[in-house]
Design a protein around this ligand. Structure first.
Ligand SMILES: [Zn+2]
Ligand SMILES: [Zn+2]
Length: 513
């Protein structure tokens, strides 16, 4: 029987027999050329599968239980990954991936064997990835695609069992290998869907996970929001590096600014009106790099923002494309108040609370679809405070009306005290109240409520904050409204005095009244 080395020698010889000179590829037809990468990748997957198996066996012989008697440890390596890295000359990330995949393949075989004999399988590290292990072992799934499934699916929790995740993993393997026999329910045509590549697989795995874990969406969304940051450090060469980490909602806004600044150069949508067209052409002939151009645009916007309300100046930088964040949600979700929403252009779903907060501030537009997924009707934008109404709200509230908050009106969003979907709210001025972004988010996410009696607004904390739910007054912060109210009081007092004087005078003149 030939040794592994003998067989490998034959493989290497076979690879060496493949053409590797530029002329042989140049001589191929387009069809012949494009037929090659897929075949090469399939061959690579076969090789990778062996690499992973060997790494898995090294890991098995280097387990912690063996202590210093382990294979890696005997050689002076702390872990199997370190030994594999040493043997292959790869990065630690590559070595870790090989070992991890090797372990997954090994565990898949233990599970298969346990199912065959009916025995209970021992403690395994990632049993839900058995479908991935089986597909990688046969070379039908690449290690990279397996990693995408592993990362996207995450780990089991109290709510999401190993079995649920294993089913999802099996489904994803089918989608990746093109073995899916039923058409994807999200796809509107009945044709067999094309196999997903590793990037698409990661997205699909993430959204499958989100579907399994809908209750976790709000938590993950909050974690992303909390991870937002803006950092600065000085470099030795006199430059300063700013790192901005944005959550999906803020990223959608930044993206729309970034796209406006850079799209003429990147071959983005061309503008139809003449001034914008001239601007696009100007950008295209600009000698600056895309990075410099975008940087200058961002600086210009910051200066405008820090300066005055120079709307026309902003337009000259951004063109006619206004930065906007669009949220998409189904009517059922909106009506029932449970489920998830989507931010256009962002893969992570958002909670219903975030959807409702956007509805408050930006209004909504119904888009109706038929069963073929064809857009049949666009409704008018509803429930959006007009620019005029916003001026009224700013004059009345004078800033964020949350008790103790001092944010100015220009930093606020308009909240509807009746939630549109839940309470059939209207766009009356009396139903609107200004809140800064922080307090608007707090209100929706933690379920505070605002009620109104005449001109008095009251804030009701959730039971988790105050078990008695005692309402708190929300006084306005408008100095101008205060002036007006004082003048009204004075006028009322003068009127009262005049009336009293008049009635006294009537009393002095007998025969009248
Ligand atoms: Zn709101
Ligand atoms: Zn506030």
């Amino acid at each position: 029987m030939p040794t592994f080395e003998d067989s490998l020698g034959q493989v290497v010889a076979a690879i060496a027999a493949l053409p590797d000179d530029a002329e042989s590829f140049a001589a191929l037809s387009d069809a012949e050329l494009t037929g090659i990468p897929g075949g090469l990748a399939a061959a690579r997957h076969q090789l990778e599968a062996r690499e992973a198996r060997v790494a898995g066996e090294i890991a098995r012989r280097s387990s912690y239980a063996l202590g210093y008697a382990g294979l890696a440890q005997k050689g002076g390596f702390r872990t199997a990954e370190k030994l594999v890295q040493h043997l292959t000359g790869s990065t630690s990330r590559e070595a870790a991936k090989l070992v991890r995949t090797g372990v997954i393949i090994h565990e898949a075989e233990i599970i298969t064997e346990a199912e065959r004999t009916g025995e209970v399988s021992p403690e395994l590290t990632k049993p839900w990835l058995a479908p991935v292990g089986r597909a990688v072992a046969t070379g039908t799934l690449s290690i990279e695609a397996g990693e995408a499934i592993r990362v996207g699916l995450g780990v089991p929790t109290e709510d999401i069992s190993v079995d649920l995740l294993a089913d999802a993993a099996a489904r994803l393997v089918e989608l990746a290998t093109g073995a899916a026999d039923v058409a994807d329910p999200r796809s509107t045509d009945a044709d067999t869907p094309a196999p997903l590549n590793a990037d698409q697989l990661l997205d699909r795995a993430r959204s499958l996970r989100d579907e399994l874990d809908e209750a976790g969406i709000a938590d993950r969304e909050r974690a992303r929001q909390n991870a937002r940051s803006f950092k600065r450090y000085r470099r030795g060469d006199g430059m300063t590096v700013y790192t901005l980490l944005a959550d999906p909602e803020n990223a959608a806004y930044l993206d729309s600014i970034y796209d406006s600044l850079s799209s003429p150069r990147r071959g983005g949508p061309r503008m139809v009106d003449l001034t914008a067209k001239a601007r696009d052409e100007e950008v295209e002939s600009d000698p600056r790099t895309l990075e410099q151009l975008t940087f200058d645009g961002v600086m210009a916007i910051l200066r405008i923002g820090a300066d005055t309300d120079a709307k026309t100046a902003a337009r000259s930088v951004l063109g006619t494309r206004r930065p906007a964040v669009r949220v998409l949600v189904t009517k059922d979700t909106l009506d029932t108040g449970s489920g998830l929403g989507r931010i256009e252009g962002q893969p992570a779903p958002v909670s219903i609370e975030t959807v409702e907060r956007h509805l408050c501030d930006s209004g909504m537009m119904p888009v109706t679809f038929d069963r073929d997924g064809q857009c049949v009707d666009l409704g008018r934008e509803q429930r959006l405070y007009s620019a005029l109404q916003r001026i009224g709200l700013a004059a009345r509230d004078g800033g964020c009306r949350w008790p103790g908050c001092a944010q100015p009106a220009s930093w606020t969003e308009a909240h509807h005290i009746n939630q549109w979907a839940r309470d059939n709210g209207r766009t009356d001025l009396a139903d609107g109240i200004l809140l800064c972004r922080h307090h608007h988010m707090l209100l929706h996410n933690n379920h505070w409520e605002i009620t109104r009696t005449g001109g008095t607004y009251r804030l009701h904390p959730p039971a988790t904050v105050d078990p008695t739910r005692t309402p708190r007054l929300m006084p306005h912060k408008s100095a101008a409204l205060e002036d007006l109210q004082r003048q009204q009081l004075e006028r009322d007092r003068r009127d009262r005095d005049r009336q009293e004087r008049a009635s006294r005078e009537r009393e002095l003149i007998p025969g009248t009244g």
